[in-house]
Design a protein around this ligand. Structure first.
Ligand code: C2E
Ligand code: CA
Length: 977
């Protein structure tokens, strides 16, 4: 807040100094004068009062005498005397005897303002005195003060003093004014200084007078210093600016082509870049019209013409570096008269940007083409259409004259043109021999497959990529052109994308065909599968119905195919199936259909088999054909077939029923001894139903504890003593009674129930061994039969170890019997499993020896202890010379391999003796004993001796155990003899 509102302040500094100074002076003078006047006023009044009293006293004495005498005139004279020269105005005396005297000299004119007179009058009352004579009051004297006279005197003094002071102040003012002006003149010079600076006098300094006040000197010095500093700073800035400008120009020269053009549009000068880009010598350039250097990039664009306006546009310049794209700006430079003096042309290289834009456009176009091809690839059912579009897409996308899609036949080394673009369509299907090209691998970047095609046409350049269907080479797709051209990686990728699309479509197509095939045909034999065959049979039934005709279905099953599979392996099995399929096809007429239902089951539909004998003829032909030996993996293999026949009408209404009944008929053919055919009869259906029921019952049998083990003794021929038992499974059926294993073992195997049942058998044998041990019997080994299904268990040895270990039975007393075919199915892993079981301390024997295909080499490698000669070789001993020879040979071979020999199915003493003669170790069979329940075996164990040794050497007379072993007579065995 300022003391004074500035609108009341003078504008100049001097004005303000004077104003302030004047104001202070005025206040000071007024105050001084006031004090002075006040003093004068009081002093004057005091003096007047004193004088008036003195005059009153004197006058009262003087007139006391006169009044006594009553001389009024004298009194009046005295009174006039007193008034003269006094500050009194008038005097009045009232004396004795009514004497009244008044003296009042004439008043002078007013000399002071009325307020002053009035003020004095108020302060100065009249003076009254008693006039006494002799102590007696004789009258009263009154004197009136002359206020006007006093005021006039005081006023005079005031006026004079004021005039004096005013004169003094004026003098001071003038003095100060002149000195101040001189001092402030320094500041006024700053104005000049400013003007000089504005006029560009950059070296100017503000001038200074010697007598300038210190503050002003300091201020001007500061200004001069600031100016000098600014001068320096701006100097540096400008230098920097100039430097930057130069740099800028240099940079511009690098990136931009620039030239100077005169007002007529002719080039005057150009930078290096410009010269380089347009490829014209600098000398030749001078004088050329700018418009001739570069044509408008856009076909509709106009070239530059001299004009006072800034011109911009895109131009294409053909120079030493080929065609380049430029963004041109031509800026007119105007003179003082606003007329064009010259032009500066600046060209910025936009070739890369333009190329990039073009690449994006090309890419987008190719993407569209690829998308369209992708659509086609997804939906095209005809590959040729797709190939044609692929070739067209390649040519279009890569802007080439020709394109081709070749299929390569790597075996024949030929390439087949599957689709062409640019070339005449007759070229489709042309086969090119690529032998030479494939050998030499053709040109780099081009596949050998396209070499003959390229050679046969005018092709200068090209690009092709291989098409793979999965991992197999399908062929190639290629684009070719007449002139020279290199293909960018992006273009290569485009062609690869097309190849990938084609490959995907090929795979899809193949997968689709494959699916259709898998759905309808058997993979191995390529015959119709069950689904297709069933449909065909249904159609045949429908046709037969409509024509009142008949049709038949033959169901064919290879006998003992499982043995081939187990013995020679699955590959051999497959080979056999393929051969069988071929033979089946040879057995039927055109119009008949052969199919594979699965495994070793085939079916033949005879759509028009009016006569039963026709079906029979075909069935017989099939049995005959399939029964001929096969050559599989260099070996002769024998197999036979069983055929079941079902006919419509009669054996079923629909295909399913007909096939089922043909199956039943086939089972009955098998039952009838295999290698034959059988017509369906309703009773067969009952057999099949029974089988199904048995299967259901077997699933429950283990839980219901319906299984039991019988034990058949083995007898040592050397001593006639009990040498061991074979555990044989029996099913104690609640209704059917004791069911022999051949009726259910197969079903147990087929259904897999054999696994838990097999484990139960091992456990049960162990328990029996411990029981016999507790009963005090001498321990003998017990053999357990292992089925193929059990033997396939990877952890069989561990399972056995667990069960035997848990029971606490002596492993040495356990023996496992395995059939030849079971061991030969996979001899390597069989050897491993056998070794594992052997390590547990158990014995191993090969069962039914002679019925399967044993490899003697393997026999040696299996850790076997015993060989059991099959019943078939024993049955006709000693009459059958062949069997006798085989048995002898087998015994001798086994002994060579350090194997003990057990002959199975020994029913007569004759056979026992013969075997004894052959040095067979043990016999097993009805002659010694039928399989017995465990309880009955206890007695045999106690007795030990089963056959009299003498009997074996001498003619048969008696058997030791005949009378005790009640079974012997009942079974009609040799023991009863
Ligand atoms: P296999 O292993 O050859 O068993 C011997 C078969 O011959 C037994 O028939 C037995 O009763 C019979 N047999 C014994 N001596 C004579 C004889 O002098 N003359 C005649 N004709 N036969 C005799 P079974 O008990 O009916 O067993 C048949 C087949 O069932 C066995 O043949 C075996 O392969 C299988 N089997 C029996 N029990 C089991 C078992 O517990 N497990 C497994 N996996 N298979 C078993
Ligand atoms: Ca056996």
């Amino acid at each position: 807040m300022t003391l004074f509102p500035h609108k009341f302040l003078p504008r100049s500094l001097s004005g303000r100094v004077f104003a302030m100074f004047g104001l202070c002076m005025l206040v000071f003078l007024l105050f001084g004068l006031g004090m002075f006047y006040r003093y004068q006023f009081s002093q004057r009044l005091a003096d007047t009062d004193q004088a008036a009293n003195t005059i009153a006293d004197i006058t009262a004495q003087a007139i006391a005498h006169e009044s006594l005498e009553g001389d009024a005139t004298r009194v009046e004279q005295v009174m006039h005397l007193a008034l003269a020269g006094s500050p009194l105005k008038s005097a009045a005396f009232r004396g004795p005897h009514g004497m009244t005297v008044l003296a009042a000299p004439p008043a002078k004119g007013p000399g002071a303002p009325a307020w002053l007179v009035h003020a004095i009058d108020r302060r100065m009352p009249d003076v009254v005195r008693k006039v006494e004579a002799g102590g007696q009051s004789i009258g009263v004297l009154g004197l009136a003060i002359d206020a006007a006279a006093i005021a006039a005197q005081l006023w005079d003094v005031a006026v004079q003093t004021a005039a004096l002071v005013a004169a003094f102040a004026l003098a001071c003012y003038l003095l100060m004014r002149s000195t101040l002006r001189r001092w402030l003149a320094n500041l006024q010079r700053l104005q000049h200084f400013e003007n000089e600076v504005s006029a560009g006098e950059v070296t100017a300094e503000a001038p200074l007078l010697d007598d300038a006040p210190v503050e002003i000197q300091d201020a001007i010095h500061a200004i001069n210093r600031t100016t000098a500093s600014l001068r320096n700073q701006y100097g540096e800035r400008i230098a920097h600016l100039m430097h930057t400008l130069l740099e800028h120009k240099r940079a511009m020269d690098q990136v931009a082509s620039m030239c100077e053009v005169d007002k007529l549009g002719r080039i005057v000068d150009a930078n290096e870049q410009f010269v380089r880009c347009c490829g014209i010598a600098r000398e030749a350039l001078a004088g050329m019209e700018l418009a001739t250097i570069g044509r408008p990039a856009n076909a509709s664009g106009l070239p530059w013409v001299p004009s006072p306006l800034v011109w911009t546009g895109e131009v294409t310049v053909s120079g030493a570096q080929g065609e380049t794209q430029w963004f041109r700006t031509v800026v007119p430079i105007l003179g003082a008269d606003k007329a064009v003096e010259k032009y500066i042309c600046i060209d910025i290289d936009i070739t890369a940007r333009k190329d990039f834009e073009q690449a994006i456009l090309d890419n987008a176009r190719r993407q569209t083409l690829i998308a369209a091809l992708g659509q086609k690839a997804l939906h095209a059912s005809m590959l040729d259409e797709l190939f044609a579009q692929a070739a067209a897409t390649a040519a279009q996308g890569l802007n080439t004259r020709f394109a081709v899609l070749l299929e390569a036949d790597t075996e024949r080394n030929v390439a087949i043109a599957r689709a062409v673009a640019g070339w005449p369509s007759q070229m489709n299907g042309t086969v090119y021999d690529c032998q030479a090209a494939v050998r030499t691998q053709g040109q780099p970047g081009l596949l050998p497959w396209s070499a003959p095609l390229r050679a046969s046409s005018v092709v200068g350049c090209g690009l092709d990529v291989a098409i793979f269907r999965g991992t197999r080479l399908f062929g190639a797709i290629g684009v070719y052109d007449i002139g020279e051209r290199t293909f960018t990686p992006v273009e290569t990728d485009f062609l690869k994308s097309i190849a990938t699309l084609v490959a995907t479509a090929l795979e899809r197509h193949e997968a689709k065909s494959r699916l259709t095939f898998l759905d309808q045909y058997d993979q191995l034999t390529s015959l119709p599968n069950r689904r297709r065959l069933t449909r065909f049979l249904d159609d045949s039934i429908a046709r037969a119905k409509s024509r009142a005709d008949s049709c038949a279905v033959l169901l064919i099953d290879l006998d003992r195919f499982k043995d081939v599979n187990d013995t020679l392996g699955h590959t051999a099995g497959d080979e056999l199936l393929v051969q069988a399929a071929r033979r089946l096809l040879d057995c039927v007429r055109a119009g008949d259909v052969v199919g594979r239902l699965g495994g070793d089951e085939f079916a033949v539909v005879l759509p028009a088999a009016a006569q039963r004998r026709e079906s029979r003829a075909v069935a017989a032909a099939i049995v005959e054909s399939l029964g001929r030996p096969y050559r599989v993996q260099g070996q002769q293999v024998y197999a036979t077939a069983s055929v079941g026949i079902a006919t419509w009408p009669g054996d079923g209404e629909a295909a399913e029923a007909l096939i089922r009944n043909a199956d039943n008929a086939m089972y009955s053919a098998k039952k009838a001894g295999r290698n034959t055919h059988s017509f369906y009869m309703p009773v067969m259906n009952e057999d099949a139903t029974r089988r199904l029921r048995t299967e259901a019952e077997l699933r429950e049998a283990l839980r219901r504890e319906e299984f039991v083990l019988h034990y058949q003794p083995k007898v040592s021929l050397a001593t006639g003593k009990l040498a061991g038992f074979e555990a044989l499974l029996r099913w104690q059926h609640p209704v059917r009674g004791l069911v022999p294993p051949l009726e259910f073992i197969g079903i147990l195997e087929d259904t897999g129930i054999i696994i838990p049942v097999g484990e139960w058998i091992i456990g049960q044998v162990c328990r029996q061994l411990l029981l016999w041990e507790r009963e005090g019997a001498a321990p003998v080994p017990v053999a357990i039969n292992l089925s193929a299904r059990q033997f396939q268990q990877a952890d069989l040895a561990q399972v056995i170890e667990r069960i035997v270990g848990a029971s606490g039975a002596n492993p040495q007393l356990l023996e496992f019997e395995l059939t030849e075919s079971l061991l030969m199915a996979d001899p390597e892993s069989a050897a491993a499993t056998l070794a594992a079981i052997k390590r547990l301390g158990m014995h191993l024997s090969i069962d039914d020896f002679g019925t399967g295909y044993s490899s003697l080499a393997y026999l040696k490698r299996f850790p076997l202890d015993t060989l059991k000669i099959d019943r078939a070789f024993v049955r006709d001993l000693p009459e059958d010379g062949d069997d006798a020879a085989i048995t002898q040979a087998v015994i001798s071979l086994a002994h060579h391999l350090s194997l003990k020999v057990v002959a199975e199915g020994v029913e007569t003493l004759e056979q026992a003796r013969t075997l004894h003669g052959y040095a067979c170790d043990q016999i097993q069979g009805y002659y010694a004993s039928r399989p017995l329940p465990a309880a009955e075996c206890t007695a045999l164990l106690a007795r030990g001796q089963l056959i009299d040794r003498a009997l074996l050497a001498a003619p048969p007379m008696r058997l030791v155990a005949s009378d005790e072993a009640g079974h012997g007579a009942a079974d009609g065995s040799a023991a009863a003899a």
